[in-house]
Write a protein that binds this ligand. Structure first.
Ligand SMILES: NC(=O)c1ccc[n+]([C@@H]2O[C@H](COP(=O)([O-])OP(=O)(O)OC[C@H]3O[C@@H](n4cnc5c(N)ncnc54)[C@H](OP(=O)(O)O)[C@@H]3O)[C@@H](O)[C@H]2O)c1
Length: 229
């Protein structure tokens, strides 16, 4: 059986991703900050991604029991500047957003890479957004112009860069690293305004988490296909 870890699996798209991976007969560690928030059929693991000791402890738990990790979904994120214009955003907003969505991803990924390497064939999926696309934003894309969050969007642009850098280093190791946009989903993050369900958003991540060995690496895509960087 494959072993998976999903961060931010207590609610929203992360919770659905964990649930759908468990339905695919994986043993799923649901990274949560409250144990009773893990979805049924998964194994709760206490994981605040900003806490290096918690991340180290999660790696130890997975390593001691299984010695490997087949799937890592870096899903946890916050948006510290929802509805703000770039000129309103301070470094404090930036730090809070980067702490979870960028530094948290590096802390978790760095800790899990030895276990992912031990799996031989492994997948890393980074939850990003089309709002991170510098190409679309600079081209005046309607949606990206309408949602110009300095902290959130740029944190996800940084996450996209991490995706490519990890993918390049791990190319040939059997570890495929891809960034996915779940689409606009009705979750707490969006004030439940999205037109898609969390389950539909999760399906995009699950597809990349279950790629075959000949699958792509270093890509940025949504359900509709590739998104320009
Ligand atoms: N919803 C959308 O339309 C949309 C669109 C594009 C991309 N995304 C991305 O999809 C992912 C999931 O978003 P969502 O809409 O499901 O958001 P959400 O409902 O707000 O859930 C966010 C999740 O992140 C967790 N989290 C926050 N800070 C954390 C920390 N320090 N350590 C560990 N977990 C932490 C939360 O855990 P707690 O429950 O403990 O707070 C929660 O499980 C995010 O990366 C988001 O940027 C969402």
């Amino acid at each position: 059986m494959k072993i998976a870890l999903v961060t931010g699996a207590g609610r929203g798209i992360g919770r659905e991703t964990a649930r759908q991976l468990a339905e695919r007969e994986m043993i799923v560690f649901a990274g949560v900050r409250e144990e009773n928030h893990a979805p049924e059929g998964t194994r709760p693991i206490l994981l605040d991604v900003t806490d290096p000791a918690a991340v180290a402890s999660a790696a130890k738990i997975v390593g001691e029991e299984f010695g490997r990790l087949d799937v890592l979904v870096n899903n946890a994120a916050t948006c510290g500047d929802f509805g703000m214009t770039p000129a309103e955003v301070t470094a404090k907003h930036m730090r809070a957003t980067y702490e979870v969505g960028v530094f948290g991803v590096v802390t978790v990924t760095h800790a899990m890479i030895p276990l992912l390497r031990a799996a031989g064939e492994a997948r890393i999926v980074n939850m990003t957004t089309r709002l991170a696309s510098i190409s679309l934003t600079s081209a005046g894309d309607d949606l990206n112009v309408a949602w110009p969050m300095l902290a959130y969007n740029s944190a996800k642009s940084a996450l996209n860069a991490l995706t490519v850098l990890y993918a390049n280093e791990l190319r040939g190791s059997g570890i495929l690293v891809n960034a996915v946009d779940p689409g606009h989903c009705a979750t707490d993050l969006t004030g439940h305004t999205g037109s898609r369900t969390a389950a539909e958003g999760a399906a995009v991540a699950v597809r990349m988490a279950t790629l075959g060995g000949d699958g792509p690496t270093g890509t940025f895509s949504s359900q509709e296909g590739p998104i320009p960087w």
